[in-house]
Design a protein around this ligand. Sequence first.
Ligand SMILES: *Cc1c(COP(=O)(O)O)cnc(C)c1O
Ligand SMILES: [Zn+2]
Length: 447
Amino acid sequence: MPLFQAAASFSPSGDSFVSGARCVICGRRFDPAYLNNACVCPDHGDEGILDIEYDYEAASARFPASEQPGLWRYRALLPLPWTAPLPPPLTGLTPLYDAPALARAVNCARVLIKDDTRQPTGSFKDRASCLAVALARVQGAPVVATASTGNAAAALAGMAAAMHQTCVIFVPVSAPAAKVAQPLAYGAHVILVRGTYDQAFALCMEACRRKGWYNRNTAYNPCMAEGKKSAAFEIAEDMGWQTPDAVFVGTGDGCILAGLHKGFSDLLRLGRTARIPRLYGVQAEGSDFLCQAWEEGRRTAHAVLAKAPIAARTAADSICAGLPRDRIKAMRAVCESRGRFVRVSDTEILSAVPALARACGVFAEPAGAAPLAGLARAARQGLIAPGDTVCLVVTGSGLKDPGAVTAALSLPETVEGPVSVDPDPAALDDALFRLGLETKHSPFSSL
Ligand SMILES: *Cc1c(COP(=O)(O)O)cnc(C)c1O
Ligand SMILES: [Zn+2]
């Protein structure tokens, strides 16, 4: 059993298009084989997150590989050996919708919805988890593990079930029962840690190190951003290898933001697209580490690293992060793309849930609707031009968290509540009249 952490498994003969990996702090470069024994830069410990690099010229001919199923369509730019047999991926290719009502509302050319509520386990996290389970399988790891209180746990458990891989999830005892139910249903082993989320995370890291388990932890494993970048590939491919002008996404740890930036950068390097969209990381005002860092002018890796954690609290639980684990890459994504971090209130986020559902029929959890709240804010601030095509990445389904949706519906001005009637047609007509669905009283009422 290996007593090291392997992110990937590459043979010395070079059977992938990965050309190396680079530390996001010091820029030190590593050969692909380094990832067979490690996840992070030895000089910077767990903070020394790596960025995986590719031989774009060689990968170009195989990208996309339309004969491959789902996510594996993009495997030339994923950290996978090109020839290794892979189990079929459960994920890949979610829809991109036009939402003209939203474009009118914010006065821009187009608003596109990338609908990741339609992922197999209901969130964007499937993109990373699918790759994690495949990587675990390729290297023969006995177990794939992660610490999570939410969507990452469900995603890893679901992808592990689909690919018949043993899966262990570390959850703090405080995790809501509903969030533990989905991984249990998928057959994951759930370890309830009597401690905080950070302690559960540390225990998971230690278990992976000691037991040779494959470690999916976000922003520790450099391959997770690689899985997440597939959303950028899909958006551009669906647009005929064009890119939106701006992309909005709810941001907690910053790994999705980093992944989108990586995906759009890859496409530019390949020469498939002409530019990188402005990336907007949308944060809740109670969990706004990256907004603060942005406003404080902390644009370099060292400046972002030097910022102390904040106490985070928001109704959008999937973007609650006091110390965003992928903060260096997230800041780089926003700076290099000339985007922004956008701060919105919980009320704006919760109101965006019914607003999004009504505008285009997509039912999101609060973190998934946050991009719409961010777009509205950015439009009010004059950051959106009339000619812009904007893409909102809707990262999670409203069915995940019915409690939060109930909270959104109880906001006074957002939604009309249900109407109670006695079970008789005349009472119904009265009610319909009051709702404005009936212009005059029907014969029932005059009986
Ligand atoms: C994890 C998650 C996010 C945020 O992703 P980060 O990489 O933590 O920034 C947003 N929305 C949903 C639904 C998520 O599960
Ligand atoms: Zn380093």
